[in-house]
Ligand binder design. Structure first.
Ligand code: F0G
Length: 458
């Protein structure tokens, strides 16, 4: 049977114009932004692949929910609807709404963390690591070794190395371990999925040592898609059932609803332990808002409740994962080195392989990010030594494990021809690769430097 094109499973009801810019305008914008695309105005961008977070297009049903939102301070009907949707999905009794994922991280990790404590993960996302380190605790990433080889195919490259987890718990002593955080999908490790088998093995180790096991679940539906398609024995289950089983393994979860919640703002913390939930809820009320809205409007809660249902639609998930793969496959065919296989929400280009002549302390990823903007008005995000680099006592850069550039695909926003334009721009990137130079950092803040650092060309 001949395969037909997998089309966007929606019609477009509202449009937002894109302003086309000239190369001269973009050169000027890039200088004004100190060669950091986070500092660009979005109106200067043609295709915005900076993040898939909070950039989804909402459905007609979600917009209808926006009108239905109950804005009562306490006990809003929108809250009870959201609470039930999250309880059904996670199996957790205690749900704390927050304005986004990192607010939930802050509530939980300041409580669990502190000096002398350690968190283990397949890979901590940058805000997660920052919240852990801000509390005084240490974050240790334990991805499987296959994750480091960008060219190697592995169906579940997001997995956590369970043998190393056991060793590290023994080394540190279980009482020092604040929690094990499984990030699904593994965003900073390439948007790669975690297998159900791996999640179960992690849960078993955590039980054995009496250590708390948490999911960072912001892309759980995409992870469930990969499990259904790649893990033997899972092919007859629904995506939602798989997600429920993943949640069921953990003591709690944090979810930024800005990803698989299909909304522009929102998040939550889900817990099974009453005492811990109560402690976090006290801080929630002080810092975010009352316990039946957190940092959210009633209308936001309606949209999240609907988004968490829509995201498990098989047509949606199939389109979603296949359209990311389409971009990855076309770029691979052209000879662009990327992390294989493409992730769920993003394609990650290996900038060190693309620009072997640029040393890591001149940030090859930042160079690619700037070139994509120059040549195509495309905004992307460095996930390498700008984001994760540290300095040794002598001020020398300790580079990140990989020098990646992420092309994150907003959900339900761009069409196939937008992606074809991105692919064409990569044709020009490849032709001009030899002449591209690196960057130096002129200014940086102490935490999360990639957001606001200022650069100049070397
Ligand atoms: N965990 C993961 C795995 C994430 O990818 C993010 C956000 C968060 C936690 C924090 O959630 O933004 O709602 O506070 N990731 C975005 C990104 C910012 O671009 O990947 P948040």
């Amino acid at each position: 049977m001949q395969h037909k094109t997998i089309i966007e499973p929606f019609r477009i009801k509202v449009v937002e114009p894109i302003r086309m810019s000239t190369p001269e305008e973009r050169e000027q914008s890039l200088r004004t932004a100190s060669f950091n695309p986070f500092l660009l105005h979005s109106s200067e961008v043609i295709i915005d692949l900076l993040t898939d977070s909070g950039t989804s297009a909402m459905s007609a049903e979600q917009w209808a929910g926006i009108m239905r939102g109950d804005e009562s301070y306490a006990g809003a009907s929108s809250w009870f609807r959201l609470e039930k949707v999250i309880q059904d999905l996670t199996g957790c009794d205690y749900i704390l709404p927050t304005h986004q994922g990192r607010a939930a991280e802050h509530l939980l990790y300041t409580r669990l963390g502190g000096e002398g404590k350690v968190f283990f993960s397949n890979t901590l996302f940058d805000t997660t690591r920052a919240n852990i380190e801000y509390s005084g605790a240490t974050g240790v990433d334990l991805p499987i070794p296959e994750n480091a080889d960008t060219q190697l195919y592995h169906p579940f490259k997001g997995n956590l190395d369970v043998d190393r987890l056991r060793e590290e718990i023994e080394n540190w002593g279980a009482e020092k371990v604040a929690a094990v955080v499984l990030t699904i999908t593994n965003n900073s490790g390439g948007g790669q999925p975690v297998s159900l088998e791996n999640a179960k093995a992690v849960a078993t180790v955590c039980k054995q040592y009496g250590v708390m096991f948490l999911l960072d679940a912001c892309r759980v539906a995409e992870n469930a898609y990969f499990i259904q398609h790649r893990e033997p024995g899972q092919e007859h289950r629904t995506y939602r059932e798989i997600a429920q089983e993943l949640f069921g393994l953990a003591d709690g979860a944090i979810m930024s609803a800005k990803k698989d919640g299909l909304v522009n703002m929102g998040g939550f913390l889900a817990l099974r332990d009453l005492d811990l939930a109560q402690a976090c809820r006290t801080v929630l009320i002080i810092t975010e808002g009352y316990s039946t809205y957190g940092g959210l409007s009633g209308r936001d809660m309606e949209a999240i409740a609907t988004g968490l249902e829509e995201v498990f639609d098989p047509d949606y998930l199939h389109y979603r994962i296949r359209s990311t793969a389409y971009l990855g496959e076309r770029l691979t065919a052209m000879g662009i080195p990327l992390l294989q296989p493409p992730g769920g929400h993003a394609v990650y280009i290996d900038a060190k392989m693309l620009y072997p002549h640029i040393p890591v302390d001149q940030y090859p990823g930042q160079a690619l990010v700037c070139e994509l903007y120059r040549l195509g008005g495309i905004r992307s995000c460095e996930i390498g030594s700008v984001m994760f680099g540290k300095y040794d006592a002598g001020g020398k850069l300790i580079p990140a494990r990989m020098e990646l550039v992420r092309l994150a695909i907003p959900r339900r926003v761009y069409t196939q021809s937008h992606m074809d334009y991105v692919i064409e721009t990569f044709g020009e990137i490849l032709e001009q690769a030899d002449r591209v130079r690196g960057y130096r950092i002129d200014w940086e803040p102490p935490f999360l430097r990639h957001f606001t650092a200022r650069f100049s060309p070397v």
